[in-house]
Structures are given as C-alpha cells and as structure tokens.
Design a protein around this ligand. Sequence first.
Ligand SMILES: Nc1ncnc2c1ncn2[C@@H]1O[C@H](COP(=O)(O)OP(=O)(O)OP(=O)(O)O)[C@@H](O)[C@H]1O
Ligand SMILES: [Mg+2]
Length: 214
Amino acid sequence: MQIQLRQVVKRFGAQTVLDGVTFDVDTAERVIILGQNGAGKTTLLRCLLGHYRLDEGEVRLAGFDPVRKRRQALSEVAFIPQLPPPLPVSIEALIRYAHETTGTNPRLVKDYAARFGLDVERHLAKPFNQLSGGMKQKFLASLAFARGARIMLFDEPTANLDPEGREAFRTILQEDPFRETTMIFISHRIEELNTILNRAVWLDLGKVVNDERL
Ligand SMILES: Nc1ncnc2c1ncn2[C@@H]1O[C@H](COP(=O)(O)OP(=O)(O)OP(=O)(O)O)[C@@H](O)[C@H]1O
Ligand SMILES: [Mg+2]
C-alpha cells in the first residue's frame, strides 16, 4: 500500500474540513479526487504531504508518517501544488537544484518541457515567479515527470494549460516510465484524464461519499 489514510480529521478553528477520511491507494493506481470548491481536497493532499498535523487519525506515504518521518515519506514523491510557489529563483537554478537534491536529469526536464511547447533554454535566466501561469505549471510538471518518483500528487495540474498542454500532459502520463507510478489527481475535469484514471473518490463535507473503480 503506497498511501493510507485512516479516520483522518482536520479542523481549522471551529470548521471540520476533513471528517474521518479513510482510504488506501495501491501501487500504480490512478485516482482522481473530486468534490466541490471547499470540499477539502487540497487540505487532504496537504495532510498527506505532512504540511498539517492531523487532529485525529493517521496518514502514511510510502509507508512513512509524513510529519515524523518527513524525509523518508517524501523521498519518492513528486507534487504539483494548486498554486505555484512565488519562487524568485531562476529556472536554471531550479533545474540545478532538482538535479542536486533528487538526481533529476536536466536534459529530461527540457525534453518534457519541449513536449509542452515550453522552450526552457529561452527562459533559463528568468525567475520562476515571472513565468506565466501556464508556463509555471508546464515547468513544474516537467520537473515532476523527469524526477521519476514512485508517487505523484497533482493538485489541479492542468487548470492553466492550453489545449495542447493538456493533451501533452495526458499523453506523457500514459507512457512507459509511468507504468508503475501511483498517482493522485485533484481535478474538476474527469473527462480530461479518463484515459489515465482507474479510480475516482468523491469528497463532500469532509467525508468520502463515493469510491468507484473506473
Ligand atoms: N490553512 C487554512 N486555514 C483555515 N481554513 C482553511 C485552510 N485551508 C483550507 N481551509 C478551509 O478548508 C476548506 C477546504 O479547503 P480546500 O482548499 O481543502 O478545498 P478544495 O476542495 O481544495 O477546494 P477547491 O476546489 O476550491 O480548490 C475551506 O473552507 C477553506 O476555507
Ligand atoms: Mg483545492
């Protein structure tokens, strides 16, 4: 089991955002998490990543508690956030950093970016936070793909992509390097990912209300 959530409760003040969420994700499963705005989808991913302490329950990522064993839990995980972080560092520095910390191959980052129609060489000196919204998503996706992590977590990864970018995203994830990768997507567009997905989990008012094999 690559991902486990057991009776997860997360509150912000008086608001219970996750109210006893339980489900497991196995190796090579491709799960979409669906639910209205404010349903708790991003909060759930952030709990998995150890960004929040839980009020109740437990989560395991690659078998590890992401708060107490952060390094081990995250060593096999690539994550694309819903809102890209406002990094003032250059594209070139980010590629180098990814190479130094996770062994990500810079050539592969550029190749994936090219498939998104993003010419990284032209923007190497540019600070990440000066890219357009879609360019940021394409670049972060390229870094994630090139990293070759066993678990990939995507929070609305295609929200800002142009139609070609969406098509490239879907095509790449169906290719050989990702055959054994476990993926969780948060998206409102199930049809856009239908060739990749094999499971859908619906969240409503902080609870899992439906869990379906596709
Ligand atoms: N850090 C926080 N502090 C306080 N409340 C928060 C925090 N993060 C999220 N919330 C609240 O938790 C609820 C769920 O937010 P969340 O971001 O998880 O929703 P979501 O399902 O990802 O929605 P969307 O589809 O709009 O991205 C919302 O009511 C939100 O205001
Ligand atoms: Mg969200």
